[in-house]
Design a protein around this ligand. Sequence first.
Ligand code: NCD
Length: 331
Amino acid sequence: MTSPNSPSSSPYPEGSAAFPHRHLTGMAKLQPWEIRFLLDEAEHWVEMNRKQIEKRDDRLHGLTIINAFFENSTRTLLSFEIAGKRLGADVVNMHAAQSSVKKGETLIDTAMTLNAMRADAIVIRHASSGAVQLIADKVDCPVLNAGDGRHEHPTQALLDALTIRRRKGHIEGQIVAICGDILHSRVARSNIIALSTLGAQVRVVGPPTLIPKDIELMGATPFTDMDAGIKDADVVMMLRLQNERMDGAFIPSPREYHMLYGLTPQRLEKAKPDALVMHPGPMNRGVEIVSSIADDPERSAVTEQVEMGVAVRMACLDVLTRKRRGVEGWQ
Ligand code: NCD
């Protein structure tokens, strides 16, 4: 593993030691080595986070990070905040409910305002797909996408990939079944891209109304039958029904949805005996997953995903601000 401050010892392609992107807006722009690089950097922070407080590293001391969240969030906002603070940065959270967005300010005006405050990194969550890129194009500092509409949620895909890599040893060749509301899920989209880029066999499982038509072009195999979709899977990733993004009836009823697509112990028997169960949260217990699986530490990686989230976000904040901090080899 590389040390975060010594890119010259990098095992990555010649001339590519420095991560070549200013922003992290999606997984679609990343090469396999770039994803692996971020995962390796995050691995370092997993170990550091488990150590004593005095061993912590404040390499982002003096930097200001703005978390601009125009949509609700619990774990993503908290984990970006903890990640920034653990690296010594000053972290400011902007909630849309208290901002001028409610007074009709355009996204561009908000972007220009954030830019004028001379943040060193801006983390954005927004309900509109593409909003994060729009802001990234207008500001001078790195922008990290914390979820934009149904488009992408790259740090979630990175933390999921890290969880799978740590639990299974590698990602290549793993059969990963992503189940539920694929159509409205930025988590599904970023995971399909990241995991297939890293060589996993990705399946998507859900009712035909919740599977995008062109999903095979993204590298995933669609299944509408849950038992067939999770058969022999190494990883079963459950997703919430994104009701807030639905503009009509996509499922007959939550009860029927649970009967057909809910993860129960009987259904999980179809997957590999050591299959890992994942969920990005928030979970709707009794709908897409039952509590006996969600709370089973042998099967469920849900809390580990949250832990990996902090490490991945520390890695992303560190890597994307190296140029600003003048880290050797990154200017
Ligand atoms: C996801 C999100 O916001 O896209 N949650 C998260 O980031 N942990 C998934 C969801 O809301 O269902």
